[in-house]
Design a protein around this ligand. Structure first.
Ligand SMILES: NC(=O)c1ccc[n+]([C@@H]2O[C@H](COP(=O)([O-])OP(=O)(O)OC[C@H]3O[C@@H](n4cnc5c(N)ncnc54)[C@H](OP(=O)(O)O)[C@@H]3O)[C@@H](O)[C@H]2O)c1
Length: 269
């Protein structure tokens, strides 16, 4: 085990998009980053890049929907570094189709396994170390769909709403041990995410360019939270609070708008 004062961060979904960008941000900020995802070749290329820039990184091939793979990730991290200061639960995907078109295993169970169950299981495995350290931070990657649910996002929204409940309950459970828990709720982020959604319709809602975030914007938020910013649930960009407010206080109006502008025309009604 390496003895070092440098903090250690596990990042799931580090092979592309937000996870990859966050690994660079944290690597530059002095974190020793553990890169987890299924595509090992991509993780290793990123590891080399971070090392070449003077940082420390470790690649661990991980499928977050597999319990043994998660256990291996935690064991490898502790073996290499002996501590875990930050867990960024970021791996996830969305399949944006009508509910009756979603494949029960690949699309429904698959999204729940990766976006929700995997997060809960990995967090449970990391917590004993953080509680023992009396220090740690868990950042969950939710989505605007964790506040505002839209057509074709049924299962995805269920997983991201689930993450919000998990995040709030856990924060109140482990805060006394010095462990902090937060979640990020971005709208659109420019990544490979859209190429995996299999969305064919307008209802695969697109974000106006002015509101589109970069993966690095989100990575910088992870660093801000890790450095002690006292935010619990963080919608991004900040203007998204308006949509949350509208949905919370005028849900009937939101139903009406969405049914008429998206669902009916798409269904040919
Ligand atoms: N992009 C957006 O507009 C947006 C908006 C709000 C929230 N989000 C959330 O942000 C997170 C990251 O998405 P992204 O935009 O960066 O998309 P992305 O570029 O497609 O990255 C997704 C990452 O998740 C990993 N992943 C998927 N299934 C996995 C599994 N079973 N085990 C381990 N890793 C797995 C992928 O790695 P491998 O394929 O190599 O395993 C990849 O590294 C997701 O949770 C997503 O829901 C994205």
């Amino acid at each position: 085990m390496e003895q070092s004062a440098k903090p250690v961060a596990i990042i799931t979904g580090a092979s592309s998009g937000i996870g990859e960008a966050t690994a660079r941000v944290l690597g530059r900020a002095g974190y020793r980053v553990v890169l987890a995802a299924r595509r090992l070749d991509r993780l290793q290329a990123l590891e080399q890049e971070i090392r070449a820039a003077g940082g420390e990184a470790l690649s661990v091939e991980t499928d977050v929907s597999d319990l043994a793979s998660l256990q291996n990730l935690v064991a490898r991290t502790l073996e290499a570094y002996g501590r875990i200061d930050l867990l960024f639960n970021n791996a996830g995907f969305g399949r944006f189709k009508w509910l009756e078109e979603l494949d029960p295993a690949k699309d429904i169970a698959g999204q729940i396994d990766v976006n929700l169950t995997g997060v809960i299981q990995l967090t449970g495995m990391v917590l004993p170390t953080m509680i023992q350290q009396k220090r740690g931070h868990i950042v969950n990657m939710a989505s605007m769909a964790g506040y505002v649910a839209t057509p074709t996002y049924t299962v995805y929204a269920a997983t991201k709403h689930g993450l919000r409940g998990f995040t709030d309950a856990l924060r109140r459970e482990v805060g006394v041990w010095g462990v902090r828990v937060s979640a990020l709720y971005p709208g659109g982020v420019s990544t490979e995410f859209g190429s995996h959604t299999e969305a064919k319709r307008l209802t695969g809602i697109t974000t106006p360019k002015a509101l589109l975030l970069s993966a690095e914007d989100v990575g910088n938020w992870v660093l801000r939270l890790a450095r002690g910013r006292r935010s619990r649930n963080v919608p991004l960009p900040g203007v998204a609070w308006f949509g949350i407010w509208l949905n919370r206080f005028f849900p009937g109006l939101n139903d009406w708008i969405i049914e008429r502008t998206f669902t009916r025309p798409e269904r040919g009604l």
